[in-house]
Design a protein around this ligand. Sequence first.
Ligand SMILES: NC(=O)c1ccc[n+]([C@@H]2O[C@H](COP(=O)([O-])OP(=O)(O)OC[C@H]3O[C@@H](n4cnc5c(N)ncnc54)[C@H](OP(=O)(O)O)[C@@H]3O)[C@@H](O)[C@H]2O)c1
Length: 360
Amino acid sequence: MASNHRVPVIFLGVGNIGRTLLRQILEGKEVVARRTGLLLAPIVLADVSGVLLDPAGLPEEMLRAALEVTANGKLLKSVPGIQSLDRVIETLRPGVILVDMTATPKTMPTLLAAIETECGIVLANKIPLTTNWGTAEAFFEYPYLRYECTVGAGLPVIKTLRCLLDTDDEVEAIEGCLSGTLNYLCTRLEHHIPYSDAIAEAHDLGYTEPDPRDDLSGKDIARKVLILARTAGWEMEEADLTVEALYTESLANISVEEFMVAAPSLDVEYATRVRKAQSMGRTLRYVAHIDPEGSTVGLKPVDRDSPLGTLRGSDNYIALYTARYDESPLVISGPGAGPEVTAAGVMGDIIELAHQMIKK
Ligand SMILES: NC(=O)c1ccc[n+]([C@@H]2O[C@H](COP(=O)([O-])OP(=O)(O)OC[C@H]3O[C@@H](n4cnc5c(N)ncnc54)[C@H](OP(=O)(O)O)[C@@H]3O)[C@@H](O)[C@H]2O)c1
């Protein structure tokens, strides 16, 4: 592998995605090197407890030790050699790729410093791209940024959208189901499972966040919508989106346990909406619609035999309506979550960015 180009990679976050990416890099390094000419070399692993850091490349034994402790739910500080989190900044330099696989705004100063030092940046974290436009603009305008996994996990949504825009197509609207969890809920409702039972079921299966309202609020989808809109060149703010939460305001500020007890109070309302849709040959889906005028996200009756109506399980579906794809849209569909596909999508971003930076 002597002639391969070494790509130093900084991991911010070694949770589900970070850990899976680390394993995929270790397991796949020969294939990746043979096919791409790149040798991905983690130089920093960071979680809230600190960093493991070596600008020359962390030794494989240390990477394997980090994988083992984090897979057992422990923090990186259990691995000998941990240092303070603020040392990440020292490792930023051109040619390095910083990957944010956290879900926190706290990485923002490091990301802005990475732009200053001309590092590559890969985001799985949606927060930097969904803050107010005044702050987020710096990311959207930065040429060495990739963020494929912020929408549809490993599905090629952002690169497809960018390709359409780069080739002077005109994007007129984007529509789809962007939450596997809410699609699962919709398919259970259509089988006449009561709302509260469907939520309890999804919660027990680990499909929802620990607080199911984090999914039911639609806020995570609103973030994805904002990223799609801003990528399309529509400079929207969160306030421009109309988002329907799948619970009432009265259930917003109670504990998770109280919410689960109170959820049956909404069973009749959702069963009625499902029956009404079915009486017209339709079914309910949690649909996002985006166009230059704004965006709506919420439950919508769709034809039962349409692509959205037949969408099953936790799949995502994204339809791009453009000047060229006018009669039928360009469609991307498939699993929209999960560590394996998401980490692989992050690795794809790293590879693409590394090639772009080498050519510079
Ligand atoms: N899971 C999916 O299928 C999926 C799909 C697409 C996109 N994403 C996005 O990918 C990101 C990661 O998801 P995940 O499921 O891997 O989450 P996760 O398991 O909660 O992992 C988050 C990681 O970030 C670390 N972290 C938190 N604050 C940090 C800080 N200030 N500096 C450095 N590290 C910090 C956490 O450390 P501690 O463990 O020490 O707190 C943890 O290692 C999220 O933004 C998520 O929305 C996930």
